[in-house]
Design a protein around this ligand. Structure first.
Ligand code: COD
Ligand code: ZN
Length: 364
């Protein structure tokens, strides 16, 4: 089958024919129908995050079940599924304490399936599966717990986005921050994930929702997802601007949704006394942010990380689907560009070049 392969950091992906072995026990063979263009894959392409190479990237996907390995009971051929990039073992400390997004067994087997091997290879050369999803390909073999069944009424691209940006963003607002009604929110970075934090804040009845982005087009687009105010840090100091909009105090909740020490510091400094700072973006490995320790103590600021929106994908993705059906979250307008798998490098150039919304591969 055809797949886009990352062979070297800093180099374009190459479209190649590779082999995909059949699913083993507890695994599912999926035909990929849609795959989202997320910045996290770009972090790997640039070498800002590390993965064993060669690798098939792509962690935001949806598809049709083709066949299942022994013991699989949750899905059957023909089912539509959203792929989760944190499948869970169901037995570790985190799975058993309602935090399956932090599953230990998944973390211990990064880039391979739960049994420690790959189904992807080219002859003798093993190929890494990003997030146990690897959906920049015509097909994938994924763990059963990485498949979330979805109704056939949900379009493929929209289902794919629930696999990462929607769940990561809306989840950050809903589960990581638990935004209280009437509170003020600032979101630093209004890309594919940030827009979902913004619409999550709207869903939770935040009062002021301030979108911060260096792209004017991004800011305008953010208004249609629920932002009430916009700030462009290339034009004004973002911390001062957020304070001004919030009556001089700062926002109750701030979200960092780009991934850099500088934007993390903006999020910290723009949070009010007693406020909560949620870090969603993954900065390049090794980067550190220095927060002022005195204000952290005296002002009781909370800084917390948010991975996959602190969701339990198996139960929270169906909630996202339901909110989409009800029109409470807008995924239709997030899908702004469609690509063929062959054009994946162009899709990433567009993402890096600041195009608004989300690109999705829909032709394989
Ligand atoms: N100030 C404000 N905004 C900025 C700045 C800045 N200095 N620099 C860039 N931005 C904006 C960009 O203009 C862009 O609009 C936005 O930040 C980033 O958006 P995208 O669309 O490029 O990126 P996303 O939304 O696809 O991904 C952002 C994440 C931070 C979520 C992603 O990169 C990431 O690190 N994810 C890790 C967390 C995680 O759970 N990963 C697993 C799968 S996502
Ligand atoms: Zn993603």
């Amino acid at each position: 089958m055809k797949a886009a392969i990352l062979r070297e950091y800093g180099q374009p992906l190459t479209i190649e024919q590779v082999e995909l072995d059949p699913p083993k026990a507890g695994e599912v063979h999926v035909k990929i129908e849609a795959a989202g263009i997320c910045r996290s894959d770009l972090h790997f392409m640039k070498g800002e995050a590390r993965i064993n190479l060669p690798a098939v990237l792509g962690h935001e996907g949806s598809g049709t079940v083709m066949d299942v390995g022994p013991g699989v009971t949750g899905v059957k051929p023909g089912d539509h599924v959203i792929l989760s990039f944190v499948p869970y073992c169901g037995r570790c400390h985190f799975c058993l304490t309602n935090r399956a997004n932090l599953c230990d067994a998944h973390a211990a087997t990064a880039g391979v399936l739960f049994d420690g091997t790959t189904r992807l290879h080219k002859g003798d050369q093993r190929i890494t599966h990003m997030g146990k999803v690897a959906c920049f390909a015509q097909e994938a073999v994924v763990p059963e717990t990485g498949c979330v069944p979805v109704g056939k009424d949900v379009p493929w691209a929209q289902a794919a986005l629930i696999g990462c940006s929607v769940t990561t963003g809306v989840g950050a607002a809903m589960f990581s921050a638990r935004i209280a009604p009437g509170s003020t929110v600032a979101v630093i970075g209004a890309g594919g994930v940030g827009l979902n934090v913004i619409q999550g804040a709207r869903l939770l009845n935040a009062s002021k929702i301030i979108a911060v982005d260096i792209g004017e087009g991004k800011l305008e687009f953010a208004m249609s997802f629920g932002a009430t105010h916009t700030v462009n840090p290339t034009i004004q100091d973002p911390v001062e601007a957020i304070k001004k909009i919030t009556g001089g105090v700062g926002a109750d909740y701030t979200f960092e949704v780009f991934g850099s020490p500088q934007t993390a510091l903006t999020a910290y400094n723009a949070a009010r006394k007693g406020g909560t700072v949620v870090i969603v973006g993954l900065a390049p490995i090794g980067d550190v942010a220095g927060f002022d320790l005195v204000s952290m103590v005296r002002q009781e600021k909370t800084v917390k990380g948010s991975y996959y929106g602190s969701t339990r994908p198996a139960v929270d993705m169906p909630t996202m689907v339901e909110l989409y059906r009800l029109g409470k979250i807008n995924i239709d307008d997030l899908v702004t560009r469609r690509y063929k798998l062959e054009d994946i490098n162009k899709a990433y150039q567009d993402l890096d070049g600041g195009e608004i919304g989300r690109g999705v591969i829909t032709q394989f």
